[in-house]
Design a protein around this ligand. Sequence first.
Ligand SMILES: [Zn+2]
Length: 427
Amino acid sequence: MDAQLFDISYLNLFTGLFVVVLLAGMLVRFWLAGRQMRHVAWRREHVPEAFAGVISQAAHQKAAAYTIAKNQFDLWSSVYSAAILIGWTLLGGLGLLNYTLLERIEHPMWQQLSLLAVFFLINGLLELPLGWFQTFRLEERFGFNKSTIGLWLGDIVKGTVMAAVIGLPLAALFLWLMQEAGSLWWLWAWAIWVVFNLLLMVIFPTFIAPLFNKFKPLEDGELAQRVQQLMQRCGFNAKGLFVMDGSKRSAHANAYFTGLGHSKRVVFFDTLLARLQPDEVEAVLAHELGHFHFRHIAKRLIAMFALSLAAFALLGWLYNQVWFYTGLGVVPNMMSPNAALALILFMLVTPVFGYFLSPLMAQLSRKHEFEADAYAVRQTGNKALPDALLKLYEDNASTLTPDPLYVKWYYSHPPASERLARMAQAA
Ligand SMILES: [Zn+2]
């Protein structure tokens, strides 16, 4: 059997498709990143006219340097990750791991669960250098990193334990369905996936996020008063506003909305509150409330669930296709179930094909951002939010001159120039 693991005669048409799409994805990545870096570098010397007098030359140049450094890092990590992917699949890594566990563990369910667990552990370890470099080299170099090695390692340990506690029972349930629930197992699995995600959205803000950060209600004062009035005007429960100690890990400032039903909340990073004036914080909050007003969470969920239904149906079919395994360099088991193998291969391969869907998701997200901006302008006027955004762009060293095509493919938020222009129109 050892010899078969690396036998290239198993490779097939699907291998060809996989390699072509992987290479095409890499080419698009390099092409887009190259465009973005050139676009930013060529405009490094002059602050765009629309921002002259507001954004300093030094801040503009820092944003350019940061954007270029981030893109270089993204390219290196995508090459590194692609190498790992090839190692798992075509070079036989997953086949070898599967074979090793088959030899040592008899019970099929334990064998498959351990395959999943060991795979994720090894894969996580392989990805570790990327995370380290990003935090302690890239972010550090631009003064954004506030984390320590201890805190960083602690996060990884906590995250791994959480993933095991939540993920292993779920994985066991999926494996069981794949073997026992008949040809429509994927429909059941999808239903469980939907319920699981909804549940996660309810428990994440109250039980999981507090394991990593401290959340405090906004303290009294002028700001709290303004904020409460705004929330009343918008018909939002005032209990749902929290301040998070984001400064513990990073100097980046942000705000986000999360949760479902009673657990829904808006979270401000302490770094954001430290930087913005009360009226600007109010405008940022109004933007987040805009997301609730237009039910963006629900819309995003529906899009995600529809996509995952298609993905589960596809997996349901691939699960029984021998070429799917052999084409990816793995010989399926003859005497025991292949559910875990199918799950892992599917998770490895989906992002390769899914990369070409990212412009669609980004487009939807940018549309929602415009809507939330318009809502904020209606609630708080057309000065406070642009002022707040400019400060945030400057502090986060976000470039003001991105490449339009790069924006279309990746940006979940429209670039500053477009957002400000729209808000000025709305006045
Ligand atoms: Zn938003």
